[in-house]
Design a protein around this ligand. Sequence first.
Ligand code: NAD
Length: 368
Amino acid sequence: MAYETTTVPTDVLQGFIADIFTAAGCERPEGEQVAKHLLSANLTGHDSHGVIRTPRYIIWLQEGKVRAGQALTVVHETATQAILDGNYGFGQTIGPLAVDFGIAKAKQAGMAAIGLRNSGHIGRIGDWGERAAEAGLISIHFVNVQAGELVAPYGGVDRRFSTNPICIGVPTDKGPIILDFATSLVAEGKVLVASNGGKPVPHGSLIEPSGKLSSDPRTLYGPIEGTHVRNSANGEGALRTFGDHKGSGLAFMCELLAGCLTGGGTSGPIPGGKRGRIANGMLSIYLSPGSFGTSGFSDAVHEYAHYVKASRPAEAGGEVLIPGEPETRMREERRRNGIPLQVETWAAICDTARSLGLNPPAVAVPNG
Ligand code: NAD
């Protein structure tokens, strides 16, 4: 089944998104940084965390739920540990600062564990694994969303977790290997994409309050009208975790590490029962492979990856991929051919731009 999309050249889209954030109150460099990371998600095929987020981010900025021009506050620091507060700045601003903080410590001490709290939405976590890997470091990231309950625990129907991604990045001399996924069966943004007429989510990604499994975005967002910004507070159902009790257990641990240990709080309701602003917490562990005294790490990784990929395909014409391969391939293709966006997604971004006094760029007619 084909979905109606509009393909926008990468540089045009990135410039337009930077214009929107600048018009909404960011300094130009911050607008460009937000645009760069949203585009990175689209380029790697994670449209759920790409420019589709723009209308919602702008509303959050206007409501004061995310703040332009923020820096990190160091709450606690030792030679190998820190707790950083992102002051509700844009995740695309705060994320790189926090990762660079961890990189600097791990370069000194061989390893570091950094808790980040109160960051605006930090988007595709793979960007942070890639950033650490580019500095030669292994990194492991556990993430939660403070006051962002969307996901039912295994055996339950009520929302208790956020979509709680986990990312592991490994540097090699031929580029990073990045595992990066939500512990929900699908990321919330994939339901968002589906609600805009994009690829439907698999049946059973969602659960109704009655316990009935669903793939209908209305389970999460309630009634859906045109390009209006989707609000998960209007839906009565929940996302489900992947892998039954295993994914549910990982999601639970993300809450403990990224929520309780960082001090940012879990995805549960904030004290007083009022839902606050939505912010990410992240516990990141950085390891310098060179500090372990073993030699030939990169070669051993490639040798093993080659062996894994040589497993005979389960289906004729199939292929075994290692983590990060789909994203690398997609990035190459989309850099060449542009970013396909659901027409609803493009229309919602254009509406946001017009509300800020900007004229959307002319792009090709829908692909059909
Ligand atoms: P997904 O289900 O597409 O899984 C992606 C991971 O699986 C990648 O590591 C990819 O390389 C690997 N993969 C995909 N197909 C593969 C194959 N055929 N063989 C081997 N490996 C394969 O990802 P998702 O769960 O939908 O998450 C999407 C994005 O959403 C991620 O970037 C995640 O960080 C982000 N996210 C962010 C937040 C947040 O709060 N900031 C919350 C949830 C998710």
